[in-house]
Write a protein that binds this ligand. Structure first.
Ligand code: PBG
Length: 322
């Protein structure tokens, strides 16, 4: 045998030298949930180790994350049912607690990169990402609502808006609306290939944002499709997205890979609630080693080609590597 691949695995030193994929805390974006109120720290039942916070409790939590080296966060609002309506008007209301939180967080920690969610579901009485009429999700009627939401977030100081709604044409519509309103420096991370996945369950528990009727299959992608991800990516790219996201991550590593190969802007992936919940559950049962399993999961997403990863493991990963 002239070729023995094991020689390049024979010591810690050699293994470190030939390691092909680097994953660090700098690649991670930490999703956090916020609600209106005071002194809130409510654990999410189906997503252990993750909480709904209020502004006063999230500020010190973000500070402790910063001390661990995390500097990118994505914030999701849990909105009181009584504030929801058909047109998501609370999403851009002047007394919206989420917008206020964005402003306060950025005031306290100007160095972090803060990302938002742009979609109607947290604010919609129908629980859908778009405007519903007679059971149908209307595309073009949704766009101006998303634009108002994005502009309000930009005004509050958000660094990156994250349209997760999957309406056609929304990236171009948002880019033009933000530019016209004077927010040409606000980035757009497009949820480009967002699949109609079973793995969003714990997230919908966290926000009470499950659809009241029907499912999301007329706008989120069919898990069977790969070519379609290229079409979505081409459109988002042409329409001015700064980054393209694949969601979920681990069942869709091939999609991350194909976007990375075909596009020259950063690719990100959302390691969604259900993926993290599986690892939490198995480790709580003693069936998996938490640190090893979650690190391997994150590494696989990075190896597939993701430059950035949105993950509920971000804080623990930062802690383990520090
Ligand atoms: C909604 C949104 C969802 C997630 C992020 N934004 C859920 C959905 O589309 O129903 C899921 C994230 C996760 O599961 O961690 N616009």
């Amino acid at each position: 045998m002239r070729r023995r691949p094991r020689r390049n695995r024979s010591s810690v030193a050699i293994r470190a030298m030939v390691e092909e994929t680097q994953l660090s805390t700098a690649n991670l974006i930490y999703p956090m949930f916020i609600e209106d109120g005071k002194s809130v720290k409510t654990e999410i039942k189906s997503l252990p180790n993750n909480y709904r916070w209020s502004l006063d409790t999230i500020l010190p939590e973000i500070e402790s994350c910063i001390n661990l080296g995390l500097d990118k966060f994505v914030l999701f609002p849990a909105v009181n049912e009584s504030l929801k309506d058909k047109v998501a008007s609370y999403s851009y209301a002047s007394d919206n607690f989420y917008l206020d939180a964005i402003q306060k967080i950025k005031e306290n920690f100007p160095q972090i990169s803060l990302m938002s969610d742009v979609a109607m579901d947290p604010y919609s009485s129908d629980g859908h990402d778009g405007f519903v009429q007679n059971g149908e999700i209307l595309n073009d009627e949704t766009l101006p609502i998303l634009a108002k939401m994005a502009i309000a977030q930009a005004q509050a100081g958000i660094d990156i808006v994250g349209p997760s709604d999957m309406m056609d044409g929304r990236i171009g519509f948002l880019r033009d609306s933000l530019d016209e309103a004077g927010y040409s420096n606000t980035s757009i991370m497009a949820y480009t290939a967002k699949y109609a996945s079973a793995f969003y369950g714990p997230f919908r528990d966290a926000l009470d944002s499950a659809p009241k009727g029907g499912d999301k299959k007329s706008y989120q992608m069919n898990p069977a499709n790969k070519q379609e991800a290229l079409i979505e990516a081409e459109l988002d790219y042409q329409e001015g997205a700064d980054m393209l996201m694949v969601k979920p991550a681990t069942c869709y590593l091939d999609i991350i890979h194909i976007l990375k190969e075909n596009f020259d802007i950063p690719i990100t992936a959302y390691n969604v609630s259900g993926e993290c919940a599986m690892i939490y559950a198995a480790s709580q049962n003693g069936w998996l080693d938490y640190q090893a399993a979650m690190s391997e999961m994150l590494l696989s997403i990075r190896r597939a080609g993701a430059d950035g990863i949105l993950t509920y493991f971000a804080k623990d990963f930062a802690k383990f590597t520090k």
